[in-house]
Design a protein around this ligand. Structure first.
Ligand SMILES: NC(=O)c1ccc[n+]([C@@H]2O[C@H](COP(=O)([O-])OP(=O)(O)OC[C@H]3O[C@@H](n4cnc5c(N)ncnc54)[C@H](O)[C@@H]3O)[C@@H](O)[C@H]2O)c1
Length: 384
């Protein structure tokens, strides 16, 4: 379903949803009750056809406290995804765990016949992504990846501009983003430890930049990658925003890559959790008829950094057209959750399908491998 159709559907169908049989509410569980789980819970609470009945977290008492703090009563709490899924009859789960357990939680849920909304990044490695897709295929359930920027009006505009033909054939893209100091450690170290995060800036915000441009151009298959990653800031007591974490920092805080995509398109990518400059540069999509400049953002608010510029020739005159920033009226998490629920109810495809995000993950995986080998590599994606 096109995103615009989806948005209209969301706006129109709130009253329809209210009329659905209250006894047939979708039973939802939340796996991992940390930072992002709260956004899921708030959005589920806004959906009249959903009941959050269960939650799980590895940390004793964390799930119970989470639901209490959010004023949700009667939720059964467990100490792991397995325990919860073994004891509950659920229609859907949100997997809100740190990256390293995305794959095992999703696969276990799919094997139990439960639909999955999986937080981004899809997982840590390409192999895990393939295992998730295999389980998804066998289960015939919906698995959607939690890229809420997909529902932002500006993101949709980027895709519309490319699809309208204004740029002509796209041949080169530079994209990425970053922060001068922005290593995420708001509630602990799950983003920076190898065992929990697996990947750093690459997976946390790199996946957003990749999705913004790859979704716009129809997710062509990645073919080769020459990647680089480093961790100078995270491992430095001088520059780390929390010096006490420097010794346990085990992931990348900066990455760059040159990626060849099917269709002769090249992608020049860089992402930073921390760096000395204030930007890694704007995103620019180069086409044979025009180009689109998208002002850089810190890559965590799900939108663009300002008005976009379309560069094109009009009657032989080099011209610049400003595309004003568009407002997204609904909350992005509400739209993300609603689109997932509607896919389950209407038995349609996942709004953010694994068939696309597999390529996003393959690029991230390729950057890591290429960086470790110190040379360009071919990206091999087995058909499953
Ligand atoms: N979409 C967004 O805007 C957005 C924003 C922030 C984080 N995220 C993503 O959400 C995920 C979680 O991030 P967070 O900041 O909430 O992390 P967090 O560390 O605050 O919470 C994760 C929780 O999962 C629990 N957990 C891990 N494995 C588990 C398992 N097998 N069973 C039950 N509980 C388990 C941990 O104990 C922890 O409490 C990450 O992958 C992150 O990339 C998405």
């Amino acid at each position: 379903m096109a995103n615009s159709e989806l948005l209209n559907k969301f706006k129109d169908n709130i009253s329809d949803i209210k009329n659905r049989d209250a006894k047939n509410k979708l039973k939802v569980g939340i796996i991992g009750t940390g930072w992002i789980a709260e956004y899921h819970l708030i959005a589920y609470k806004n959906m009249p056809d959903v009941e959050v009945v269960a939650g799980a977290d590895l940390i004793e008492g964390k799930a119970k406290k989470f639901f209490e703090d959010n004023g949700v009563e009667g939720v059964r709490c467990y100490l792991s995804h397995k325990e919860m899924l073994d004891h509950e009859e659920l229609d859907a789960v949100s997997v809100c765990t740190y990256n390293a357990t995305h794959a095992e939680c999703s696969i276990y849920a799919l094997k139990k016949g439960v639909n999955v909304l999986l937080e981004k990044p899809m997982c840590v490695t390409l192999d895990e992504a393939l295992e998730i897709m295999k389980a998804e295929k066998e289960s015939k359930k919906v698995l959607s990846i939690g890229f809420q920027p997909r529902f932002d009006e500006n993101m949709k505009m980027i895709k519309r501009i490319v699809e309208s033909g204004e740029l002509g054939e796209v041949y080169y893209i530079q994209t990425g983003g970053g922060r001068r100091r922005g290593i995420p450690t708001p509630f602990g170290t799950s983003f920076i430890e190898k065992e929990t995060a697996g990947i750093g800036a690459l997976g946390d915000i790199g996946c957003y930049s990749l999705d913004m441009v790859l979704n716009a151009i129809g997710y062509p298959k990645p073919l080769t990658v020459s990647g680089y990653k480093s961790n100078f800031f995270g491992t430095s007591k001088e520059y780390s925003n929390k010096p006490e974490y420097a010794d346990i920092f085990g992931v990348d805080d900066f990455a760059a890559a040159f990626v060849r995509l099917e269709g002769g398109i090249v992608l020049d990518f860089r992402i930073a959790w921390a760096m000395h400059p204030d930007t890694t540069g704007d995103t620019i999509i180069f086409g044979k008829k025009g180009a689109l400049r998208i002002p850089s953002t810190e890559c965590w608010n799900g939108s663009v950094g300002g008005a976009m510029t379309l560069y094109h020739d009009v009657a032989g005159q080099q011209t610049e057209t400003k595309i004003p920033v568009l407002e997204t009226k609904d909350d992005l998490f509400d739209l993300k959750i609603r689109s997932f629920l509607d896919a389950i109810i209407d038995k349609t495809c996942a709004p953010v399908p694994t068939s696309q995000i597999l390529y996003n993950q393959a690029i991230i995986d390729g950057i890591s491998k290429s960086s470790e080998l110190g040379k360009e590599i071919e990206i091999e994606i087995p058909v499953i």
